[in-house]
Write a protein that binds this ligand. Structure first.
Ligand code: PLP
Length: 364
């Protein structure tokens, strides 16, 4: 079928990664594939608002099983997933959400989760600069059984993994979730890229996800689908999440084609092991950058390389402009490697680094 599609659509934008092969701006730049298009063409086209669409049901059941949760809900984006999950976990105010001070829900979701819940954010900085530990959290958490009524009780801890491409180890995740649950606090995971954590060998989807009350995971980042995310959790919380999704206009009339593409993304990108090699390329780029005299803002543990220009004679702007002249795309100090990046793009990037840093003293 893929061959038939290739013949039918020789010039199609679905046939090749195209510009995505040279794009380090984000794993969201991955192109959906012909395989996905094929699955979309065979998806059910039932209504997903009033009833359960079969392909979407298949996706939800598959993800619930993979993560060891009783239920799952397809949503349009990671932002929607976090909002719907957090709104469904929080019931009676006053309530606060404790999260990493760099968390996506705090910094990059237009405040949605807080605006729609009225929750007070309690940002916490990780002492190790990589991931939150229980020791970071304890001084900032306001336990629901606290004697004082002055501070807002923490009803949910929202963790993010990976965060800026860095991994929260399973052991620390366990400690935090166990502590929270012992004290009647719920735990959400923004696992938009949890696939990367698992591909890095830090733990299985089941091991991580089963620790949380709700988890959001995205199909549209490194996995390559054009849209969609899943929220997994218990039956009651997911039933409630269905209402919340409807209340923000997130129910979809024919979700089947999007769900079908998402199933291919999970099975063929994540399932077939296409993410791990991107970590190796990211590490190769990070090591090369350091060898040229650059430093890194954060360690490279998955598919992200964070460039630090301190002490170099050129800055980010110059690098972006020169990259664009050479036909590769970067937009900030964060480079993301995804599975559609080609070897020519990696060589061009390394040559660019070498040329810009030539004359710099290595390790300076
Ligand atoms: C950690 C994290 N969570 C959530 C999101 C939101 O996903 P979306 O862009 O699908 O709304 C992103 C997006 O990049 C993200 O990086």
């Amino acid at each position: 079928m893929e061959d038939t599609l290739k013949q039918a659509l020789p010039q199609s934008t679905w046939s090749e990664p195209g510009c995505a092969a040279f794009d380090f701006r984000g794993d969201v730049r991955t192109n959906p594939t012909l395989d996905m298009l094929n699955a979309m063409a065979h998806a059910s086209l039932s209504d997903g608002v009033a009833t359960s669409d079969p392909t979407t049901h298949e996706l939800e059941a598959y993800l619930a099983k993979l993560t060891s949760h009783p239920a799952a809900l397809f949503v349009l984006s990671g932002t929607m997933g976090n909002l719907v999950a957090l709104r469904s976990l929080l019931t009676q105010p006053p309530y606060g959400i404790l999260c990493d001070s760099r968390a996506h829900i705090l910094a990059s979701e237009a405040g949605g989760a807080f605006a729609f819940t009225g929750a007070i954010p309690r940002p916490v900085e990780p002492a190790n600069g990589v991931y939150l530990t229980l020791e970071d959290i304890i001084p900032h958490i306001v336990l629901p059984d606290s004697a004082t009524v002055h501070m807002c009780p923490t009803r949910v801890i929202s963790l993010e993994n990976p965060l800026r491409g860095m991994i929260m180890p399973l052991s620390e995740t366990c400690r935090i979730c166990d502590f929270a649950h012992e004290h009647g606090v719920l735990v959400h995971l923004d696992g938009a890229r949890l696939w990367e954590v698992v591909s890095a060998g830090a733990g299985s989807l089941e091991e991580y996800c089963s620790l949380f009350d709700t988890v959001t995971m995205c199909f549209s980042k490194g996995l390559g689908a054009s849209a969609g995310a899943i929220v997994v959790g218990g039956e009651a919380v997911i039933r409630h999440a269905r209402w919340i999704r409807q209340s923000i206009g997130g129910s979809i009339r024919q979700p089947g084609p999007l769900s079908a593409a998402a199933l291919v993304a999970v099975k063929k990108t994540f399932g077939a092991g296409l993410l791990k090699p991107t970590h190796e390329i990211a590490q190769e780029i990070a090591t090369f950058w350091e060898g040229c005299g650059g430093t890194l803002k954060h360690p490279t543990q998955t598919n992200m390389v964070w460039l630090d220009f301190t002490g170099l004679s050129f800055g980010l702007r110059q690098m972006i402009d020169e990259a664009s002249r050479r036909g590769i795309f970067i937009s900030r100090d964060r480079l993301i490697v995804h599975y559609q990046i080609c070897s020519e793009a990696v060589s061009t990037l390394k040559q660019l680094m070498a040329d810009l840093t030539s004359g710099e003293e290595p390790g300076k």
